[in-house]
Each structure stands twice: as C-alpha cells, then as structure tokens.
Design a binder for this molecule. Sequence first.
Ligand code: SF4
Length: 378
Amino acid sequence: MAADARAALLAWYDAHKRDLPWRRTRDPYAIWVSEIMCQQTRVDTVIPYYHRFLERFPTAAELAAASEDEVLGLWSGLGYYRRARLLHRGVKEVVATYGGKVPAEREARLGLPGVGKYTAGAIGSIAFDAEEPIVDGNVARVLARRHRVATPLGAKETEKRLWELAGELVKGPRPGDLNQALMELGATVCTPKNPRCEGCPVQASCGAHAAGEVDALPVPKKRKKPKLVHAVAVVATVGTPAKVWLVRGERALFGGLWSVPMVETAAPQLSLLAGPASARGEGVRSDAHADPKDAPAGRDAAFAALANVGVKARVKEKAGYVEHVLSHRHLKIDVWRAVAARGRDGLAELRAATREEVGARGFGVSRLTKKILDAALG
Ligand code: SF4
C-alpha cells in the first residue's frame, strides 16, 4: 500500500476511532485480555466484562493467582470458554517464566498458551510499537476488497496472501494504530453489507471499488452446517433445599464449566459429552456407549448419563426439552428429572449446588445449563 494510503488510514483513525477502554492503555496484559475477549464477540458486549475482569485482576500476577472457577465465573456469558482457560494458562506462564511481564519478543509471546499470530501481533504492535501484522475478520475484509483477493476466506492461499499484505502495510510509523485503523475501518466503514465507500480513506486505491466488485468480495469461507446432536440431560436433585448434581472437566460439555450430566443419544461423537466408561465408576452399563447405533434413549440414557459421572439416582420423568445452537453443534436435548441422588465420593469434578448458588456471579456455569435447569425446575 502506498505511503499516502497508509497516512490516510492513520489520519482517518485519529479522527474517527471509537473511544474503547482498551485504547486508553498500552499495558500489554490489558491489551491481551481485550483481544481475547473481543474474539468472536461484539465490542459492546465485551466492554462491561473487560471492566469487571480488570477490576478484579488488574495485573497478570493477580489473574495467575486466581482459581479457574473464579476466572470462568467472570467470563460466564461471554462464551467460548476455552479462550478464558487458555488466557489463564498463558498468564500463569508469563508469571512463572517472565516475572509477570508480558514478553516484548514476538517468539516468546508466540510460545504462550492461547497466543497465536493474531494475538501476538496485536500485543506487539499496540503495546510494544512493533511492526507486527494482524489479520482478523475485519482486516481480512478490507484487504481482500482493496487488493481484490478472489479466493475464499479460510483457504490457505488466501490466508497467506492476507498476512503478506498486512505485513507490508504495518511497516512504518505507528504500527499499532495502523493495525487498529484497519480493524476499525472493517468494523465501521468497510462492513460486510452496504460498506460506506464514500467515507473510506482508501477508496481512491481500492481495487474492488474501482471494479464494482465490493459486494462480491471477500469470497466467503465454505461453512459447515452445525452438526445436529441429540442428547439427554438429567437434573438430579438431592436434599432440602434441593441441590442439583453438576459435573465439569472431561465429563462435561464445556470443559471448565459446571453442567448437568448429559449423554448423546443419536450421533456418533459420544465422547464429546461423556468421559471414558472406565473412569465413570459404579452403575455403568457396559453396553451403553459401545456403538452409536446402540446409543440409549430416554430413561436408559438418563440412567447412563448419571452413571457416567458417578451419581446414583432414581430417574423420574422427562421434564422438558431444550435446543441450543453452538458454532459447530446444534443440540437437541431431552431434559429428565431424577431424585434421591447420591454422588460418588472422591470425584473432584462433581458437586451438588442449589439454584441460588448456580445463579450467583462467579459460579462458572454455561447458559445452556441454566436453560436446562429452567426446563426441569421452572
Ligand atoms: S472503498 Fe469500499 S470496499 Fe474499498 S476498502 Fe473502502 S469501504 Fe472497503
């Protein structure tokens, strides 16, 4: 990109940038948090989470010292919880290996859990003024249009080309602002639909605009439809006031978040919802998950879901039905109720909690679990 287009982008950014909280800091840790939160999540949604998170964990050391429960609790509602766990792990490594300071060297940053080219480049350019490119969805759209990249997003050759273009562009003064200008342009002007080319600082040199191809570029990624998954979830209560048995870890759908026991009933990837049979303890029916064709249904599935996680209970009746769409899975879940439940001792990833406890801030629970509890308990 010619130097004048680069200058135009920076001038436009200075005049039009949104006042976002992470744009008021050069702290690499805070920028890291913001970049992870903003992945696949709207800026408006992120802002209150960002404030709460940094109020509670103002430094890498404070985040590193926190329990995963607390971290996931503060993340609850933002989705994509794997991001939070990786951020937590990455920050722990920064504290253990780099004395709590996010490393200025790109290679060291790239070695941290959860830090790929994009995050490393964002931290490098914004916090350390390094000429490191970034390509996110917004940048990809701007570059693909401006340079008429006509291969589909996500394809290897496209990614390579876009990173090369971003790499050329970032060279020069204010690399962090240049990267943010490109992201901002993509977010506010060069939008997926109805881009406002008349207000675009690089219109004069935009290939797609000149060729009348703006609506045709970028060529979208070929998306797979979310996979349809049928499952049974069990809300098993114990005691008065009633507590619900919850599970997390490798036996749970969302890893670090608490959810009710579940088992897939009609599709092949049973292991996504249930841990290995050998680790499940008492009451496991050895034939329950041997083959997807033999996957249990209804009451049997509810029994299996409980047995998988070491909970003994009397399965009562089907209490409701919940649908939940994730990026790659469309879940159709029959919700069953069970009572007189008893959890098997010695499983760290199993606990019983009241509705109030589950609803409290800081309790790491997914929205899906809340929907399931509503379906069963009202
Ligand atoms: S001129 Fe239009 S298509 Fe080209 S970069 Fe600007 S907003 Fe995007």
